[in-house]
Design a protein around this ligand. Structure first.
Ligand code: PMP
Length: 373
């Protein structure tokens, strides 16, 4: 056996199961990105980068935030984000994945319980795996099941702090969490509520402040807002009470031992936040597009999600990838999503609606989909 043989065998098995992944270049109409507001390639953000470079903002941070890496751009951005979203504090991280891992690995303590929606992102799972608290899943969007999980933990002697981890808009299904009921449950149970607003930030809520905009600022709420989706950049904010920020800075290994994000990116994200407030027409155009997509896709018997994420569940892994390839051949960049990203038997096309396409593209892709399915 060669040293790489176990890895090669695993890759071969993935191939046999129709689950082996490869990288593909971007080509065709964008029906796959999370660049919901079309900001990633926008003149406004390009201009912001040029201006930041011209005034001497460094490309690299040079170190961890706790050492030399803490730039003015990080601090200004965090103040701006806390103010914009209405939170007591903000911490800027290099990615949403890193931010979720940091939250779940650091904040829940030994003796606590994390209950999480069945469909939360892989990064939440990764964080919980590293953390010290017990964990248990509850059925997707089922608040009663969440309450039962907490009650049974209490009955069995659990006396720490419960943490409830959910997404506000689910990344692979495009449906929304019952946030008001979850917030009420958290309040009643003395729980902390962790809300991943990755896909809702910039798209929903006043000024694009997300679906959890009205919960922001509460002492038992922590939100995650990624900057690589509607904000068109990269990175993420963890928003919440100042104690949470302070604790992450003192105890969060992923924060302490990692080079700070690029100050240039921080300056660009700052401009993207200004866009959210100053260009509501982007959100209005997106929502008009979403209404059009819902109309076209419901004609095919698909459920309207009212969100930029439109799943087309096919089930079989191989068939999903075949349909995705056929769409790609015809110039539509639609990607197939297979397990483990989604549950077994639930492989799907994930159509993502952004301002990088128009009504005509959506009508065309729906027509082709109708024929292929
Ligand atoms: N949370 C959710 C719900 C996501 O969909 C993603 C991105 N796929 C992340 C977190 C991770 O964010 P990032 O891409 O910035 O690492």
């Amino acid at each position: 056996m060669t040293t790489l043989e176990p890895l090669e065998t695993d890759l071969w098995r993935l191939g046999e199961a129709g689950r082996r992944r490869t990288l593909r270049p971007r080509r065709g109409h964008d029906l796959a990105s999370n660049d919901y507001l079309g900001l990633a390639g926008s003149d406004r953000l390009r201009q912001a980068v040029s201006e930041a470079l011209a005034r001497g903002v460094p490309v690299g941070s040079g170190g961890s935030r706790l050492l030399r890496g803490n730039a003015e751009e990080h601090e200004q951005l965090e103040e701006q984000a806390a103010r914009f979203f209405g939170a007591k504090s903000a911490l800027f991280l290099g990615s949403g994945y890193a931010a979720n891992v940091l939250i779940l690995a650091t904040l829940p303590q030994r003796g606590d319980l994390v209950i999480h929606d069945d469909l939360v992102h892989a990064s939440v799972h990764e964080g919980m795996r590293l953390g010290r608290a017990e964990r248990t899943a509850f059925a997707h969007n089922d608040v009663e099941a969440a309450a039962d999980a907490l009650a049974s933990w209490r009955r069995s002697g659990g006396c720490g702090i419960p943490w409830i981890a959910v997404e506000s808009l689910y990344s692979m299904d495009g449906d929304q969490a019952p946030l008001a009921e979850l917030a009420a449950l958290a309040e009643q149970e003395g729980a902390m509520l962790v809300i991943d607003e990755a896909h809702a930030t910039g798209v929903f809520g006043p000024d694009g402040r997300g679906l959890a905009a009205d919960l922001e600022g509460q002492d038992n709420v922590v939100t995650l807002r990624t900057c690589g989706k509607a904000l068109g950049c990269e990175g993420a904010f963890i928003l919440g009470p100042s104690t949470v920020r302070d604790f992450l800075i003192n105890r969060g290994r992923g924060f302490i031992f990692s080079t700070a994000p690029s100050p240039l990116v921080a300056a660009t994200v700052s401009e993207a936040l200004c866009v959210l407030r100053e260009e509501p027409e982007r959100r209005e155009r997106l929502h008009a597009l979403l209404r059009h997509a819902d109309r076209e896709l419901t004609k095919l018997g698909l459920a309207a999600t009212g969100s930029p994420i439109q799943p087309v569940i096919i089930g079989d892994d191989r068939r999903t990838m075949e349909v995705a390839s056929e769409l790609q051949e015809l110039g539509f960049d639609v990607r197939g999503i297979r397990p483990p990203t989604v549950p077994a038997g639930a492989s799907r096309l994930r159509l993502s609606i952004t301002l990088n396409v128009d009504n005509a593209v959506i009508t065309d892709v729906a027509t082709v989909l109708g024929k292929l399915l």
